[in-house]
Design a protein around this ligand. Sequence first.
Ligand SMILES: C[S@@+](CC[C@H](N)C(=O)[O-])C[C@H]1O[C@@H](n2cnc3c(N)ncnc32)[C@H](O)[C@@H]1O
Length: 423
Amino acid sequence: MEIVDYDIVGRGVAKKDGKVYFVKNALLGEDVDIKIESEGKNFCNAVATKINIPSAQRQKPECKYYGVCGGCQLQHFSVKEQLLFKKQLVQNTLKKVGSLQCKVEDVVASNKQYFYRNKCAFASQTQNKRTLFGMYKPKTKDFVEIKKCLLASEGINNVLSLSAKFFATHCEPNLKELVIRQVGDSFLIILAQKGKLTSLDEFQKYLSQHGIRYGLFSNHNLSDDEILSSNNIYVAGEKWLLLNEFSTEQKLFAGSFLQVNSYVKNLLYQQVLQLTNSNEQIVDAYCGIGQMTYLLSQKAEKVIGIESVSSAISSANELKEKTNSKNLEFVLGDVKQKLSSALKGLKNPVVVLDPPRKGCERQVLEILGKSRVKKIIYVSCSPISLSRDLAYLSGYGFKITLAQPFDMFPNTANVETVVQITR
Ligand SMILES: C[S@@+](CC[C@H](N)C(=O)[O-])C[C@H]1O[C@@H](n2cnc3c(N)ncnc32)[C@H](O)[C@@H]1O
């Protein structure tokens, strides 16, 4: 079979006798033998079993769990091919989902292909009285034990490996997920549980004995669907991580968002900054702990950040106070309820949107469509919701004037994009 395209998760696409084949482990231009794994009326899910004519862009995956745990999709792509794939993905999704045609810039690369994540979540399962950590294969309940994740920072891997050793002998069937976040030499460790844990005191001692600077939190979750609820309960150690960025210090609490790849985060913030002018007044909607909001305030006349997580807003306000930023304001609340009043009275209003994966709510887009806003900078980790939202805004006369993808998540099929729209 000849591979003629990619699908959105980086599988090769082949076509034969009116059927479309989605082939795992196959690169564009390759000729491969396949094994069919499942079949529908017009399509087959398959895997390449033999590569007859390999692509020059094929590389050997580094991770022994690749293809098993499902966390990465592109380890067999060269870096060049990954970047090309992500550019096409953004371009095609804008076209297919949003009916939007525009030039998409070359993807800005990460400095690291591996060990770039400052946060990782590992599923937990107890088997034969051993509590293990790993991943669930995508869309299944099949658990894969993981001893090392090549996307996670070295520090996170160290804490994972210590936790795995500890819980192998301290069985905790109620433990469902282990989240580890790292800033500098410190870690926040969040244990999501479906019932009581019995060995927390010993776990604390064990971490200290191994020289780990940590804050320990438990997260009690009662629903089957949502593993990690937003309710992190402090157990012991440090209450926050201390970010030392932008020439100041700022607390990062367990429930606050931080972009996972710090190097790419900074490039992305510089891009957003470049798209703004000094005479503009900006609303930074979905501002998290306000780092980008603060950078914008150094250039713009005035910036208002809106964010619904209160611990993130207290970090943001700390940043404002420490930097004595008089033209910076943070509002706690839902963007759909706070956006209109934030826009009121602003001159030359510009809006930065950086919503969660599901994109903006319809009310938010409607407020923007009906407002005086002439420029929106939309930061998105999902080309699908981005395209849907941009298509809606195009109905209000907005046109794409820049689409710049960033490789925030190397080796996975995810991509972050900054889009500027103006009218
Ligand atoms: C993708 S993050 C972006 C954060 C920030 N711009 C950054 O670069 O770190 C999205 C943020 O939106 C917040 N959020 C989600 N839904 C929201 C809503 N309806 N109203 C306000 N904030 C929301 C989340 O808590 C999170 O901090």
